[in-house]
Design a protein around this ligand. Structure first.
Ligand SMILES: [Mn+2]
Length: 304
């Protein structure tokens, strides 16, 4: 059986692309099942609830299993035991840091979400998309593209989202998107640690480890008034995990910009990457919405 799963700290795209692609594999005669690599966030739970889809089971370890990676390709972001798994395929829209010892299916397109790619594959295989799966894929596109506001959005994402909305019976796409973001950004009851580890990925630039987290909110004041407490927690996590830096992107989807909270051994390369000084532990970055397109590449460049 093929175990289909998205990255650790699962988001809506990682989860829905895996659910939908496992379904598509089954329709094309393969034995496949979707899994998750961690606790689902509130947004994803709301999506599954609305469209009547069961949570995929947790996969503890991938060693010895046939696996299909969704929405990621870096082993650091993948399942425990991935080095001893048999990778059958990858579907992803992130930068490629992958090599493998034998030929496999690897589908990468620079679209706004992995779910957009999966929806396209249904078309290519001539398989009808069930209503609930259409709703799940649509929600993942809205989540990853920040309701089409992120610079990662392509025309294909918008076109496919329209089609999926019709199948899923979602009349007002934008209203549904905002409802989803509200669920995700209900930050008030979260601890500082939960905020810092909300949606993080670990990157390595020239041997220096960065933990980069993102919180997307409708109104950033709720998070920013807890800035000191959050910075303290970021410091703690940096020490615990022996990191060079911990960054928290507080992205306000209405203002369309990000306050980048910074804790680091050395601020200089980070200030250089964004051509701005860190003041009070933060840098305001107007127009920045996307970690992979607007935060990771400038950092990579500085450390090259
Ligand atoms: Mn994605």
């Amino acid at each position: 059986m093929i175990h289909v799963f998205g990255h650790k700290v699962p988001d809506t795209d990682a989860t829905c692309s895996a659910i939908a692609y496992a379904y598509l594999l089954r329709q094309t005669g393969k034995d496949a099942k979707a899994f998750r690599l961690g606790e689902l966030n509130k947004e994803t739970k709301l999506v599954l609830e609305r469209f009547g889809i069961e949570e995929p089971p947790l996969l503890e370890n991938a060693a010895g299993k046939d696996v299909w990676l969704m929405d990621h390709n870096e082993f650091e972001q993948s399942a425990d035991g991935i080095e001893e798994a048999n990778i059958v395929g990858v579907i992803d829209h992130h930068k490629i840091k992958f090599s493998y010892g034998k030929p496999i299916t690897y589908i990468a397109l620079p679209w706004g979400s992995s779910s957009t790619i999966v929806a396209k594959l249904f078309e290519i295989y001539g398989v009808e998309i069930p209503k609930e799966i259409a709703g799940c894929l649509l929600s993942a596109i809205l989540s990853d593209t920040v309701i089409f506001k992120s610079p990662t959005t392509t025309d294909v994402d918008k076109e496919i989202a329209e089609k999926l909305a019709k199948i899923a019976g979602v009349e007002d796409i934008k209203a549904w998107g905002i409802e989803m973001f509200k669920a995700k950004s209900s930050i008030a009851e979260k601890s500082a640690r939960e905020i810092v580890l909300n949606d993080y990925k670990v990157y390595e630039f020239d041997g220096k480890k960065f933990l980069i987290n993102q919180v997307e909110v409708i109104d950033d004041s709720e998070v920013l008034q807890r800035k000191e407490e959050i910075l303290e927690e970021m410091k703690r996590i940096k020490e615990e995990q022996g990191l060079f830096a911990v960054l928290t992107m507080v992205t306000d989807i209405m203002k369309e910009g990000t306050t980048l909270l910074v804790v680091a051994d050395d601020y200089e390369p980070i200030e250089k990457a964004f051509s701005k000084k860190v003041e009070g532990g933060a840098i305001w970055l107007p127009g920045v919405m996307s970690r992979k397109k607007q935060i990771v590449p400038p950092l990579e460049k500085v450390f090259q």
